[in-house]
Write a protein that binds this ligand. Structure first.
Ligand code: CU
Length: 156
């Protein structure tokens, strides 16, 4: 014969609440690294204040372009495949805006809007693969002197 052991169940000994379920752990990718770069038009000249910008491969580039208060011209910045700055500039409008359906536009990696004196604009784009790229202002007449190199170095 089995001895029946009555299950003791007293209402006063309430079961402690279960630990709240841990937050669902999802395998999230780290936010892509953002590299901050800044560049400006140089005073009232048709030139950028830097002839070279450097970044590391990977993540994104956040580029802030400013046009100083003492400028009297509108400017922009286009990042293009090397060797294409002139072709792109020629196919933009007088105000430097992208004209639709232009072949050279395929070589544009990123570009800002055209901004007036005292304005600032920020663009964000995927960092292109390691290599040399050009940047240029496409407002008519500016591309010969208002240009520079974006150099993307391999990640360490
Ligand atoms: Cu310009």
């Amino acid at each position: 014969m089995y001895r029946l052991i009555p299950l003791l169940c007293c209402l006063s000994c309430s079961v402690p609440p279960a630990d709240p379920a841990p937050p669902a752990v999802s395998v999230t990718q780290a936010e892509p690294k953002i590299q901050e770069l800044t560049i400006a038009a140089r005073g009232n000249l048709m030139a950028f204040d830097q002839g070279e910008l450097r970044a590391r491969a990977g993540g994104k580039i956040r580029l802030t372009f400013s046009n100083p208060k003492n400028a009297s011209m509108n400017h922009n910045i286009f990042i293009v495949q090397a060797g294409n700055s002139q072709a792109v500039a020629e196919q933009c409008s007088a105000e430097g805006l992208v004209e639709p359906n232009a072949d050279a536009m395929k070589s544009i990696i990123a570009h800002s809007e055209t901004i007036g004196p005292g304005q600032k604009t920020t663009i964000e784009f995927e960092t292109p693969p390691p290599g040399r790229y050009e940047y240029v202002c496409t407002v008519r007449g500016h591309s010969q002197t208002m240009r520079g190199w974006l150099i993307v170095e391999p990640s360490p």
